[in-house]
Ligand binder design. Structure first.
Ligand SMILES: CSC[C@H]1O[C@H](OP(=O)(O)O)[C@H](O)[C@@H]1O
Length: 374
């Protein structure tokens, strides 16, 4: 069974795997409401674009259920206003992954629609919870669809080069079951290749400075029996040069209208290296990661993390300073890969068609919306 990043039920509430303790310990911690959800996202006890959106949505669902059941009808503010205020607050935890904003906006539409059609406060709370539960199911289904489309794309690219065997695929950060509600996006593609008997080896970059690759992806690969090799970020070029790689597949935190993609710091370097070595470079993400309101990557807000993460190493709860005190530090959590370096944008609705140097994400999204409505 694939690792569970979270557990949710109406009776049992919400628990999340504390990712700061992995791989030393597998400890689930309770999330009792929106304050807890905000805190576990901000502290990166849970992380990964789809997961932080899900935990925020479900954390609020726990509180919404409580309010629905204890009958807060006469309490001010009413359900709609209270939920909207909580969603605005949840959006302040981390700025780059657009899944959080898209998810909150979609949930807001649900409750506004319920209120506009005359629902009681209790009904509004239940509409919210049902919608969040639906999103949880949809996330896993979306990941399976991404994984199939991504595996197909990698195998087709290999075939075009006359390679029929198993694939050697490189990835960065953690985009697996631990970054989503289950299966994973880019790591889901590797899981599916493995399930089809077509994965020779997954090469995971350690992903400095937060080490999601070394701590989390290596853990998922070992737990699930996938053939995996861990390398430092600075070894990617040498590995491509010495041993060859069939494809790179990475996740995304925000894909904008022209296909420029924000993802974990180091992704851009990997895309440049891939282009130099003729390695196809794929981005795997659900529709909730697309943001067509932004024209290009220069508009994406990039989260900067504390200096401490770069200047110290953490081991067994202790922190060891490795950098000279007083040194200046720049620690962006993400970088932007230009669309021109991306071979394929793989979504749960298939590949977004590529133009010569970029992608028309806007038309892709409006076509999908039109199809869903009809
Ligand atoms: C499945 S997308 C995961 C996405 O989230 C990561 O960031 P973080 O660990 O800081 O939340 C990274 O950019 C991954 O690609």
């Amino acid at each position: 069974m694939v690792l569970e990043s979270l557990r949710f039920s109406r009776v049992g509430g919400l628990e999340v795997l504390d990712q700061l303790l992995v791989p030393t310990e597998k400890k689930y911690i309770p999330v009792k409401g929106s304050e807890d959800a905000w805190r576990v996202v901000r502290s990166m006890q849970v992380r990964g674009a789809p997961l932080l959106a899900m935990v925020s949505a479900l954390g609020l669902a726990v509180e919404a259920l409580e309010r629905a059941e204890k009958g807060s009808e006469k309490e001010a503010p009413g359900a709609l206003q209270w939920l909207k205020e909580r969603m605005t607050y949840l959006k302040t935890s981390r700025p780059t992954a657009v899944n959080l904003f898209n998810t909150m906006d979609a949930l807001q539409e649900v409750v506004e629609h319920a209120a506009a059609s005359g629902s009681s406060d209790k009904q509004i709370y239940y509409r919210y919870v049902e919608a969040a539960e639906r999103m949880l199911e949809e996330d896993v289904q979306a990941n399976k669809a991404i994984a199939d489309a991504g595996a197909d794309a990698i195998l087709a690219a290999m075939k075009a080069k006359g390679r029929e065997g198993q694939a050697r695929v490189m990835t960065i950060c953690n985009t697996g079951a631990l970054a989503t509600a289950g299966w994973g996006t880019a790591l889901g593609v590797l899981r599916t290749l493995h399930a089809r008997g077509r994965l020779e080896r997954a090469f995971c970059l350690e992903t400095r400075p937060y080490n999601q690759g070394a701590r989390l992806t290596a853990f998922e690969l070992v737990e699930d029996g996938l053939p995996g090799t861990l390398i430092c970020d600075s070894m990617a070029a040498a590995l491509m040069q010495c041993f060859g790689v069939d494809a790179c597949v990475v996740g995304a935190d925000r894909v904008v209208a022209n296909g420029d993609t924000a993802n974990k710091i180091g992704t851009y370097s990997l895309a440049v290296l891939s282009r130099h070595h003729g390695v196809p470079f794929y981005v795997a993400a659900p529709l909730t990661t697309l943001d067509v309101k932004l024209k290009d990557g220069s508009e994406i807000p990039i989260e900067e993390r504390p200096d401490e993460e770069l200047c110290s190493l953490k081991l067994d709860g202790k922190s060891f300073r490795i950098a000279a005190p007083g040194i200046g530090v720049w620690n962006p959590a993400f970088d932007v890969t230009p669309a021109s370096l991306i071979s394929g944008l793989v979504t749960d609705h298939g590949l977004i068609p590529k133009r010569s140097q970029d992608f028309d994400v806007t038309s892709f999204v409006s076509n999908k919306k039109r199809k869903t409505k009809s």
